[in-house]
Ligand binder design. Structure first.
Ligand SMILES: O=C(O)CCC(=O)C(=O)O
Length: 354
């Protein structure tokens, strides 16, 4: 799998001031604005990890709130998540410093032909395709033998050790959340937890430059994540993430110190639709850059049985083809087709069509 090389948006903005937007980035007005529900942002559920896991939840109230967030929203903010503040702040500082490096230095970690890892952009499959107003750095981090450290920046000097610590801490949080979700769903331990032992983790570190014509570009096109669970860290104060809900785009206002967590397509498959993976997108600010770090968690490569061993009580019982996730490229966080196309491809043909 590979992505066609595209110019760095950050370099383009540095050279031109961002006033001129090349046609490949311009979107029709309705694609960028849509219906934005600015009132709804406060409603996104907040889950307290400490209450959930440290036996401060004897009556199961926090677990019930998590279950409801996964069913009704597919998105929640996770507070008191146990990842030490110095690890989180270290990650933020290192990724900010990486994107501030001279273009030539960043290019030392650029994607290579046939590779998705590295500095560049993902899922560019045609010369005609509209492009996102962003640059990114994509890295595999777990299991450790999957790492290709030549793509891991050695500048700033603390980048690799910081990402190593951050990766381990986030994998623990993701595994614990998935175990609680499995319990909430009444699933056997092996249905989710064993698939996550030595499961895959990748990072997409996003840099969205400001754009003088912000209302005409998109930072990250609408998509759902193809993996099990994503944990997003908002790096600076600039908002931009929006989630699709009841036909509107709902801006997400990050709670300070929280991770924004979302259900991916694989978890929707494993639960036969009881938990929902929700489309989301990123809009760009006219004046300020925005950065985020998304951590994608997927099953280990032995987990090819898919939804057959999954949740039998779902309303979409039996509709998923549980085979070859990895062959489909689903161990990545995002999906080239946009929208929820990964889920569509993995559905079994209906009886009437077979
Ligand atoms: O930038 C964000 O807040 C979200 C990033 C995201 O959805 C992704 O990288 O897939």
């Amino acid at each position: 799998m590979e992505s066609l090389p595209v110019p760095s948006v950050q370099a383009m903005v540095a050279a031109t001031g961002g006033a001129d937007v090349p046609p490949r980035y311009l979107r029709p007005a309705e694609a960028v604005t849509g219906i934005v529900d600015g009132e709804g942002e406060a409603q996104i559920p907040i889950i307290d990890y400490r209450r959930l896991l440290l036996e401060l939840d004897p009556r199961g109230e926090e677990s019930a709130r998590l279950h409801s967030a996964c069913q009704e929203w597919g998105f929640f903010q996770l507070v008191n998540h146990s990842v030490p503040a110095d690890v989180v702040e270290g990650m933020k500082a290192n990724i900010q410093q990486f994107f501030q490096l001279p273009a030539e230095t960043k290019k030392r970690f650029a994607q290579e032909r046939g590779q998705l890892e590295g500095y560049g952009q993902l899922f560019v499959v045609s010369e005609d395709q509209k492009l996102d107003w962003a640059d990114m750095l994509f890295l595999y981090a777990q299991p450790p033998e999957r790492r290709k450290t030549r793509f891991w920046p050695d500048q700033p000097a603390t980048f690799r050790s910081t990402l190593d610590r951050y990766s381990g801490a986030l994998k623990d949080v993701s595994d614990s959340l998935l175990a609680t979700m499995a319990k909430n769903l009444g699933l056997k331990r092996e249905t989710i937890a064993e698939k996550c032992t030595r499961g895959m983790q990748s990072f997409r570190m996003n840099y969205y430059p400001p754009c003088a014509q912000a209302e005409k570009v998109i930072g990250l096109s609408p998509h759902s994540d193809a993996n099990l669970l994503t944990l997003v860290l908002q790096v600076n104060h600039v908002q931009g993430l929006q989630i699709k809900r009841n036909g509107s785009w709902l801006p997400v206002k990050p709670v300070p110190g929280a991770f924004i967590v979302n259900i991916g397509d694989m978890l929707e498959m494993l639960t036969n639709g009881r938990y929902r993976s929700i489309e989301h997108r990123v809009v760009v600010d006219p004046e300020e850059e925005r950065l985020s770090v998304a951590a994608f968690h997927s099953p280990n490569t032995r987990a090819t049985e898919g939804a057959r061993g999954g949740c039998r009580r779902g309303r979409r019982r039996g509709v998923w083809d549980g085979g070859a996730w990895e062959a489909e490229g689903a161990l990545l966080g995002d999906e080239a087709g946009g929208g929820k196309s990964f889920l569509e491809r993995m559905k079994l043909p209906s009886r009437s069509s077979s």
